[in-house]
Design a protein around this ligand. Sequence first.
Ligand SMILES: Nc1ncnc2c1ncn2[C@@H]1O[C@H](COP(=O)(O)OP(=O)(O)OP(=O)(O)O)[C@@H](O)[C@H]1O
Length: 235
Amino acid sequence: MLRISDLHAAYDKAEVLQGIDLEVGPGEVICLIGRNGVGKSSTMKSIVRDQIVVTGGEIVFDGQSLAGVRPHDVIRRGVGYVPEDRRVFASLSVLENLKVPRPVAAPDRRRWTVDEVFRLFPQLHDYRHRSAGVMSGGEQQMLSIARSLLTCPKLLLLDEPHEGLAPKIAEEVVDAIVALKREGVSMIVSEQALNTIRRCADRVYVIDRGMTVWNGSVDGFYADPEITRKFLMVQ
Ligand SMILES: Nc1ncnc2c1ncn2[C@@H]1O[C@H](COP(=O)(O)OP(=O)(O)OP(=O)(O)O)[C@@H](O)[C@H]1O
């Protein structure tokens, strides 16, 4: 579904990605792990061409290169993106936010309706007439995921989905990720919480200094304490 080979990417002249290789298969959930600032968000931004410039390597989605494809066309092709800062429209109500995505005519893709995303996130239904800007961080995260589902993604990119959320809300967001996995949605999740990795990941990629330095199964990840020591502990 998605293959990234030797990806290099830069903000202005600062090259922050210097060799990312990864693959996501249909229905697969992979977690990107690594210390702060190693390039997890930048990898996702490179896929959707958000702020960053790809300077080398290749990103192939659904058999087609994404080189030169404009950000909104990447979304139209079936990549859903939930950025770390959520980007809900603060002055619009929950329902109005959910009406923003334009319907996609793609018979091969799972279509999501507003009612279905309300079933996934019942709080959003309760608050459907409330302004998004006054909702809590967790509710905004749910709204951002729900809105992105309405673009009927084949692949969903979730950047630190429960960053800064209270534990109970964070758990609800993880429950939703697990439910989406059951629905067969492929996902790349930037994740630090080991509990979440155990619950949803099929495979893990460890990123360090803009490069993928390890990948393997979740069991393989936990079986090798050296990986955590070398790439995840703050030095
Ligand atoms: N918009 C930007 N302009 C310039 N540099 C940036 C920008 N966004 C990120 N960077 C830099 O790129 C590098 C990689 O950052 P990135 O956000 O991808 O890391 P991360 O692994 O997602 O970390 P975190 O977990 O802290 O979000 C860092 O050195 C960061 O300072």
